[in-house]
Ligand binder design. Structure first.
Ligand SMILES: C[S@@+](CC[C@H](N)C(=O)[O-])C[C@H]1O[C@@H](n2cnc3c(N)ncnc32)[C@H](O)[C@@H]1O
Ligand SMILES: O=C(O)C(=O)C[C@]1(C(=O)O)C=C[C@@H](O)C=C1
Length: 279
């Protein structure tokens, strides 16, 4: 029997793959780590990663599609059209949402797909020009009527306007540990009362044995999605000191420290978690 190349993920087709095929671009299969690489080579969000990113993230992040699918559901409850927006010379009220570390804009697309164009203003920010160039094309091709701005910037230096929802989907883990509090403080300061931060991260467990079990089952997940031993170890090396995980407790402690009174883990799949923090 043929081995499956990926585990089924009920929501993923709708939220990522379709958007790429809509512009008749074949999604490149992730083959980045199929050949031995220089051990010192670091993972970076460059053109090569951009070309296969939808396939890579779908096969590498357990629950990615489910998390994206819940974003518009959370937005309906927490975005109350609080921000004033100028468009076509007219002023009206919208909900402002930030997608920080947007990559190809999958979270923004999940939101745009479930909201009328005039209800949302989305600002999607990423430090990688390769990502934002492609995201701009994808978003404008798929949602030409929506108010979505794709910005190339470092979220550590980027100023946030008042907003109702902030998404940090697998982004905080790529910031130097020392910079994480300041970014979360800025987000807390920009959110309106009633607004939310959705923080999704890869984590490690404090207890070594539990962590070893989670990591091994995560590699099993990758194997089941068609990755070879060489690909798994090549990516692990490349991500070392680039993707730096915290424990779930550290995330909650930090959210409390910056001012969020209530924050809860609403999703966990192996070592990947998503937290919602309420202002
Ligand atoms: C795993 S990807 C995020 C996936 C994306 N949020 C999604 O839902 O598909 C991490 C992204 O964070 C971006 N990033 C890393 N450091 C950043 C920074 N300081 N400022 C802005 N973006 C950053 C990377 O360029 C990369 O595109
Ligand atoms: O492949 C891994 O080990 C991962 O941790 C997956 C992960 C992530 O969590 O951000 C790492 C890099 C790519 O951006 C896509 C996903």
């Amino acid at each position: 029997m043929d081995k499956p190349t990926s585990l089924p993920d009920p929501d993923i087709e709708h939220h990522t793959v379709n958007h790429d095929t809509s512009q008749n671009k074949a999604i490149k299969h992730d083959t980045l780590f199929t050949t031995p690489l220089d051990k010192a080579a670091r993972f970076s969000f460059d053109e090569q990663v951009v070309a296969c990113f939808p396939d890579m993230i779908r096969r590498s992040v357990p629950g990615y599609g489910q998390v994206l699918a819940m974003l518009p559901i959370f937005a309906r409850r927490h975005c109350k059209y609080r921000q004033q927006n100028e468009r076509n010379g007219q002023s009206h009220r919208v909900s402002r949402i930030y997608d920080l570390g947007c990559s190809l804009g999958a979270a923004s697309m999940a939101l745009a797909g479930e909201f009328a164009a005039h209800d949302l203003q989305i600002k999607a920010v990423d430090i990688s020009p390769a990502m934002t160039t492609e995201a701009r094309t994808l978003l404008s091709d798929n949602y030409p009527e929506h108010d979505i701005e794709i910005i190339t910037a470092d979220i550590r230096e980027f100023e946030l306007e008042p907003c109702d929802m902030v998404i940090l989907n697998l982004t905080l883990q790529f910031l130097p540990a020392a910079d994480r509090v300041a970014v979360l403080e800025k987000i807390y300061g920009a959110l309106s009362v009633g607004g939310i931060l959705v923080l999704t991260e890869k984590t490690h467990a404090f207890d070594e044995q539990s962590d070893a079990w989670l990591v091994e089952r995560y590699y099993d997940f990758k194997r089941a999605n068609g990755y070879t031993e060489m690909e798994i170890s090549g990516k692990r090396n490349a991500l070392e000191n680039v993707l730096i995980t915290d424990t779930l407790d550290e995330h909650h402690a930090r959210l409390g420290e910056v001012g969020f009174e209530r924050h809860l883990t609403w999703f966990q799949f192996l070592n990947f978690v998503s937290i919602v923090a309420f202002k």
